[in-house]
Each structure stands twice: as C-alpha cells, then as structure tokens.
Design a protein around this ligand. Sequence first.
Ligand SMILES: [Zn+2]
Ligand SMILES: [Zn+2]
Length: 430
Amino acid sequence: MANNNFCCKCKTGQATIRIRHAFYCHDCFLFAVVGKYRTILGKSRSMNRAKGKVLLACSGGPSSISMLHMTKEFMHVEPYAKKKIQVLDSALVCHIDESALFEAQNGSTQKMKEMVEKEFPNMDFLSSSMQDIFLKDFTKDADLDTVLKGMDGSSDYDYLVKPIKQESTLNSETDRIDRLRELFNGINKNTAKEDLYWHIKMTMLVTLAKKEGCSYIFMGDTATRQAIKMISMTGKGRGYSIPFDIGVENDITFPGLTILRPMKDMLSKEIGLYNRFKDLEKYVIPPTDFNTGKPAKSSIERLTEEFITTLDRDFPSTVSTISRTASKLTPLNDMDLSKKCAICNMPYQAGIEDWRRRITVTNVKDKSPDAIPNEEKKKLDDSMIDMNEYLCYSCQVDMKDYKNDTVSRLPPYSVKAILDEYLINDNDEE
Ligand SMILES: [Zn+2]
Ligand SMILES: [Zn+2]
C-alpha cells in the first residue's frame, strides 16, 4: 500500500488506513479523528463561556451516530488527554421521525431509542415526528385554524395571500400526516421541497432544544456535507445567511442557543471507518430524502453533491478546501437580526423589497406600518398580504414552485410569523 508501511504519526505502527495522501495505523487514525471533534469544542467561544446541556441532533445517518459516540467519550473524561477533564455534563439525543414522508424511515425512532438505551445510557432520548410541526407545541400561541389563502393577481415579485379562518383539520395524527404530505406533494420542484423540509426540521430542533433547557445543538454535518451545502446554498441565493446556515458555530440567530457543528472537519470516509472500528455500523439508518434514487439533476443540492464527490475522487483536497473556505465566512456587520424569514428563521437582507420595486412595476399598496391606519392594522379579514415581504430571497424563489393551494398548508409557525409581523402592534380582536 504505502511506500513505507509505517504510520505517518507514530512512525512505528503498521499503516492500515489511507486518508487522502497520509497513512495511519488504527490507533493514530482514531486519535486524529477524535482530535478534530475535540478541537472544535475547545475553540468554541460559547463553550469557553459556559457549558450547558447539549441537544444532539440524530437522524440515524452515519455522521450523527459517530457524533453521539464521540460525545459520550467526552462526557466521561477526555480519552486521549493527559489531564482528565470532563468536557460535557449532560446530553439529550433528539431524533426527528420522517417516516410520514419517507417509508424507508419506518421504525427509525424505535431503533434510535434502543441504541441510546444500550450504548449511551447516560444520555436522554427524545423524539418527535415531522407532522408534529402542526401541533401547538411548535408554535407558541398559534391559531391553528387560520391559514393563508393564495390570491389571484400575484406578479413575479409578490405573493399575495389572505388570512382566512377554517375549521381545524389537524385534530388527529392522521390529519397531520395528511397535511404534511399534501404540503410536500404540492411543491413542484425537489429543490424547494428539500429546503422546506430542512427548515421545518431545524425549527423543530430549535423549539425542542429551548423547551428542554439546552444551551447547545450539535449538528452532525461533515466536511463533505458542508462543502455541498456551501455551493448549493450559494446557487439558491442563500448567500446572505450562509455563515449561519453552515458555520461551525452560530450563537447569533437564536438567543440563548448555540448551534455547533463538531463534525465539520471530518470526511465521509473517516466517519465510515470510525463507525466500523467502534462497531456502530449496525445502528446506521441510511439517509433518505426527496432525491433518493433520483438522477443527479433532480435538485440543486443533489447535483452539487454529484459534482463535489466526483471532483473529490480525482482531487482529494476538494472537500477540505471548500469547507475551509466556508468556515471563514462571517456575517455582515450591518446585518439586521430583528427581521427573520417566516419560513427558514434566518435573518434576511433588508431592502430586497425596495430593490424589487425599483426594478419592476407593481401595484402593491404601500404597507409601511405608519401608512396603515390603526383600524386597518387590527383587521385581518380583508387584508391582502404580500407574503414576500416576510421571506428571505431564497424562500421567495422556492415559493414560485408551490402549487395553487399549497401555501394554505404551511405550518402554523410560518403563518404566525407573517401575521405577527403584519400586525406589528398586535391587538387581537377575538
Ligand atoms: Zn500510528
Ligand atoms: Zn427564508
């Protein structure tokens, strides 16, 4: 295999593993992989300020399983450090069940639960299903009976909706599963489906983390995933919020909560080997999404994945180069954090509206808050709302792929975010 058969680190062990151009023995490989995790925790601004309870987002994919295992090691003592220090004291494994959307995920919750009980007994386990997004638990003070109805007359630059009351159709689990499926079936393109799916999942994780008193969410994004996201998100027009979407540490978007990506320097191959050496492969649930089994052109993300993994085969530095670049991105200084997109919860660029108005001719009325008389402010009955005013550019683009009545199936958190922002001085009449 190698020119010399010795490990590049210890120089004495038999080299059995090749990562890019370097050869490692079994022990040095594990040490190097775990070291990457430890470095990220060690460098974290928030971790150095205050430790706290961690929510570990666990889909069951290979990287999330490795992350659980590494976290477990840091909950006792640092396995390879001379000074034995416990880095984390309490952790909660959180699994979002996607089986309502992807049949292959049936039974994932049970499998994760059994794994946690057996392998990670000092961690708690929590799960929620995607369709629970329609429960009040995920939208404080939500009015589940109000939906947004798409109206005629929208142009390329606005998306006119009207809030209407309807008899609640979300009473049972089956109702909520139906609503979730209708929502996704009502979106034409896989790119827009994937985006919404991801935003809903993130909203759930953040809500659960806050409810459980966690100060951290650990996400299992690998270097490979981060590189794919960086390129595909740029293509989708998410450049503005990209440092938050994929950055190693985001302590800005959600007050009191830090999102950390401790796996972000690891390659998929390293994760695969780690799981094999630690006998974790049996727990891995192969990830499924809207592109599973579809050709590369089925979405921007899928196409990017194909592009990057192919490139990386011949140029093994591709992933780490892109992912290092991604880590250097920082949010703009003058970013307005008070306004968040009603679908993806990320800050959006102020002035998109003005920019759009400048380059186009529309007859949307001026809805700056001062221009609306008080009386009108309170009434939603006959309000026509341009939804685009409450969305980031990328979510606006995705909305173009929504079929006619799909907007009326959006989760309550989005509806509430839009209406709250619209009724700035909220005076509920009922
Ligand atoms: Zn070695
Ligand atoms: Zn958005």
